[in-house]
Design a protein around this ligand. Structure first.
Ligand SMILES: *Cc1c(COP(=O)(O)O)cnc(C)c1O
Length: 464
């Protein structure tokens, strides 16, 4: 059965972010069902989902309340649009709930079907805002290298993923990228501590603003912690310095909460953890725990008031903006998170627990750094012989990911950075399992890579 499914998959299905030919040769892994923090594949393996689906299944799998919310709403009103002055109960209640959970100055929400659409909306809104303010030249948006803001044309343009930029021709004009605050990945600059490095990365934003002309810069967009880039927590000095720069030149702050929102870092929003007070917050993923697709943009009063009072019609929206079934499920999801104290548990108990357990992996020979915040963690894989990265051709990260999957843990690789972001309902015992499985995967990865090191001719030895 799985084999025939794999054959059909190969024959007809073009997967996202996939080398089609390579996948066709290997065959895809068929996931059939899931419960709690575990997924089950067609071969009968139970696998601990260390990535919460794709950073989204925050409440875990098999939540009957969410199934019921969808079923009831489908019966009541499966679809109606929110264009042309119409609305429906679930979207109103969800908007109200989101604004109650968000920082006090964010009191409006524009709904979309995904995080990418949310960032398309962001781009339209910031440029519209400045036009309405009589500053139509404020058009430039500054993003970051290795930032991720989705895969529509606007999303990939705002993001700073070089491989995405290399495909698909010209991007949206008026978007530029500055260096990322990734201490390990930027080579741990010598003679600097991470905090000085963080301040330097913030200074790079100011330099870019001055190079472009402050009267031309509309907004800065960033994730609180870079997710897809490799679970990159910036040095503590970074965000306060960034905020000061943006305030100095009156530039809007867009904080992409698609991953960090809804408890991942132990607060409802990453912006709360880092005290960011953003003007706009794109959201998606954990909003519905991934049970149905929904995204949106939380809009601060400054921008919302202008769009409302001075904007006239905003020619923008999606058929599925505020889809009633998705909204009903998202609302239920947030209610459950509140009722069960999920976010507080991540902040007070599970996040600190993961931090202690995850840090124990730092003594592994392959690990150059182990870091975590809330329920997001990363391991930097290095060659124990040189202390530097392995040769890219070895694809050590992908090797470790595949081994980990076979051992029963979904860990993702981004280059040679291994990342985890498990469901927020994971238990301490399951965190112990996760760390044990991660260590096993590292051990086997080391064994696979070791013969290569031993077999290589050692020039010094031969000449000696
Ligand atoms: C996943 C992601 C997006 C894109 O969301 P989609 O729903 O896949 O379009 C945008 N921003 C961040 C930070 C993300 O992680």
């Amino acid at each position: 059965m799985p084999h025939s499914l794999q054959a059909l998959d190969r024959a007809h299905h073009l997967h996202p972010f996939t080398d089609f030919k390579a996948l066709g040769e290997e065959g895809s892994r068929v996931i059939e069902r899931a419960e709690g923090v575990y997924i089950h594949d067609a071969e009968g393996n139970r696998i601990l989902d260390g990535m919460a689906g794709l950073w989204c299944v925050n409440l875990g799998y098999g939540r009957e309340e969410l199934v019921m919310a969808a079923t009831e709403q489908m019966r009541q009103l499966p679809f109606y649009n929110t264009f042309f002055k119409t609305t429906h109960p679930p979207v109103v209640k969800l908007a109200e709930k989101l604004c109650a959970l968000a920082p006090a100055h964010l009191n409006h929400v524009f709904f979309t079907g995904s995080g990418s659409e949310a960032n398309d909306t962001v781009l339209r809104m910031v440029r519209r805002y400045w036009a309405l303010k009589g500053k139509p030249d404020k058009q430039w948006v500054i993003g970051r290298e290795n930032g991720y803001h989705g895969s529509t044309v606007a999303g990939l343009s705002l993001g700073g993923m070089a491989p995405m930029h290399d495909q698909g021709g010209p991007r949206v004009p008026g978007i530029t990228h500055v260096r990322q605050p990734w201490w390990f990945g930027e080579g741990r600059p010598e003679g600097q501590d991470p905090e000085a490095f963080g301040r330097q990365c913030a200074a790079a934003i100011e330099e870019r603003i001055l190079a472009l002309g402050e009267e031309k810069v509309a907004a800065f967009i960033a994730e609180p912690v870079q997710g897809a880039g490799g679970a990159i927590m910036p040095p503590e000095s970074y965000w306060p310095a960034v905020k000061a720069v943006l305030a100095k030149y009156d530039i809007l702050l867009v904080v992409d909460e698609v991953i960090c929102g809804f408890g991942r870092l132990g607060e409802w929003f990453g912006s709360v953890h880092y005290d960011l007070a953003p003007d706009l917050m794109p959201i998606a993923k954990g909003l519905s725990s991934g049970y149905l697709p929904i995204g949106g943009v939380l809009v601060g009063d400054r921008v919302a008031d202008t769009l409302i009072e001075e904007g006239g019609e905003f020619f923008h929206g999606f058929t599925y903006s505020g889809h009633p079934v998705c909204a009903a499920v998202a609302l239920r999801n947030l209610e459950i998170m509140e009722a069960e104290g999920v976010v507080e548990r991540v902040r007070d108990e599970l996040g600190p627990y993961l931090a202690r357990r995850w840090a124990t992996l730092a003594d592994h020979p392959l690990v150059g750094e182990a870091r975590s915040l809330g329920l997001m963690g990363a391991l930097e894989i290095i060659d124990p012989v040189s202390g530097e990265r392995f040769d890219k051709a070895l694809a050590a990260g992908n090797l470790c990911r595949d081994i980990s999957f076979r051992h029963g843990l979904v860990m993702r690789s981004v280059g040679d950075t291994m990342i985890i972001a498990p469901p927020l309902v994971i238990t301490r015992e399951q965190i112990d399992d996760l760390v044990t499985l991660a260590r096993e995967a590292l051990d086997e990865t080391a064994r696979c890579l070791a013969p290569r090191v031993a077999d290589e001719p050692q020039p010094e030895e031969r000449s000696a």
